[in-house]
Ligand binder design. Structure first.
Ligand code: SAH
Length: 213
């Protein structure tokens, strides 16, 4: 579990890139990403690459979201300290750590048992107190609903209604929608079940699939 001078240097460069090249300007998000040791969420053979803006394999045929994707989705979620957040697709746990670093109370679901276990270990070693579940995110987490924010880190073919029903009034859901290629979509929920849907840029995510494996 080494996070040394060199890793911190790589993170500084990553933040500079996100700010200057990719236009991320949410200082809270950038600051959180400066703190989380991303290389500790990847297999050590990827150490050299962990701060590059790429999606890397994390096992079970899944990938860690790229640096920009994490910064972008987290900015759209407009995280406030103490927000209760439901994340679908724990994967490596890196995004979960970034949300926790922002002071949110995170509930994260993963359908792959092995990924769930590895992420749980990584987060515990770094003292992040997120709540991780080996569950099908399709059903959400009714026992903890409603949530201030809901984030999907996998691509859904349509707005997941069950999840929408677990979002608080004035809550925000960030979800990539589409088959093969998606559109990053922000859904705001208002009183009387009214929703507003804002479409952002095109993106590519692993699919939101049913059932645990
Ligand atoms: N935030 C993660 C992204 C991992 S990729 C990271 O940066 O590491 C998306 C994850 O969503 C994959 O691990 C995949 O297994 C998971 N996933 C897909 N459908 C799911 C579902 N129905 N419930 C829970 N997790 C799901």
């Amino acid at each position: 579990m080494i996070d040394n001078f060199r890793h911190r240097g790589l993170r500084k460069k990553m933040i500079q890139y996100l700010r200057e090249v990719k236009g991320i300007n949410n200082e809270f998000v950038l600051n959180a990403m400066l703190k989380v040791p991303r290389h500790l969420f990847l297999d050590s053979s990827f150490l050299e690459f962990s701060y590059q803006d790429k999606a890397f394999p994390i096992g079970s045929d899944q990938t860690i979201s790229s640096v920009y994707t994490v910064a972008y989705q987290t900015s759209l979620l407009d995280v406030k300290p103490h927000d209760k957040i439901l994340e679908i697709g724990t994967g490596s746990g890196y995004q979960t750590a970034v949300l926790s670093e922002l002071g949110a109370k995170v509930y994260s679901l993963e359908r792959h048992r092995q990924l769930h276990k590895t992420a749980k270990d990584s987060l515990a070693k770094l003292n992040y107190r997120a709540n991780l579940f080996y569950e099908d995110g399709y059903l959400g987490l009714p026992q903890e609903a409603p949530f201030d924010k809901i984030l999907l880190t996998c691509g859904a073919v349509e707005v997941p209604d069950i999840l929408l029903s677990q979002l608080k009034e004035n809550g925000i859901m960030v979800v990539p929608i589409g088959f093969q290629e998606q559109i990053m979509t922000v859904i705001k929920k208002f009183s009387g079940e009214k929703i507003e849907k804002i479409e952002h840029e095109k993106c590519r995510f692993v699919p939101f699939l049913r059932d645990r494996v």
